[in-house]
Design a protein around this ligand. Sequence first.
Ligand code: FMN
Length: 209
Amino acid sequence: MPVKLLGLSGSPRKGATEHVVEEALKAAREAFPQIYTELMVLRGRKVAPCNGCGYCKKNKTRCCIQDDMQELFDRFVAADAFLVASPVYVMGPTPQLAAFFSRLRPVHHVFPEALRNKVGGAIAVGGTRNGGQEVAVNWIINYLLTRGLVVVGGEIGGYAGGKVWSQDRGAEGAGRDDIGMDTVKGLARKVAEVAVIMHEGRKALKGTP
Ligand SMILES: Cc1cc2nc3c(=O)[nH]c(=O)nc-3n(C[C@H](O)[C@H](O)[C@H](O)COP(=O)(O)O)c2cc1C
């Protein structure tokens, strides 16, 4: 089974963030052709936030809210590595991404092995040059940590993750931010590299070839 790298766009529309994630996945594939990549978008999907009912924890089972998260949950946990991206909304990630991560609660209470030793990196796309990309990246890193993921940062210069300035001009604006896109591509290559190392390491631990 090839390593599967999933890029998640937390934007409610097809704009800058989705483009940035596509570019990130492309950079990862170019550096590591043996990996498989998948794009997941929250736009158009119905994902209610967790309401804290405790159903998953009490019954040791999946979430009882019947919406698109049932399918998204399975697709997400099937991946080995993650690039999680969000537009900056009021200096943080979108409420759509927050809802998504809140609904991963069964990972904590029911499926603790589902994301264990899997790796992830964070990307934020803001309309203003210094509009909160670093804050949003750190927020996403905390989301990843709450779900047991091993956080991977960018190469030197990229630090905490990918940070892009779209100038509120969608894909075209994001594409013009060469420095920001370099932080995204560097992060994507690093996440893919660590995922491949983890994959081989897991086999070594099990003693299989
Ligand atoms: C409700 C809302 C809040 C926003 N807040 C910020 C912000 O705090 N800082 C910032 O830089 N950009 C902010 N923006 C601009 C978006 O981050 C920016 O346009 C981004 O590129 C949108 O990504 P998308 O095209 O993938 O949706 C905000 C946009 C919206 C709709």
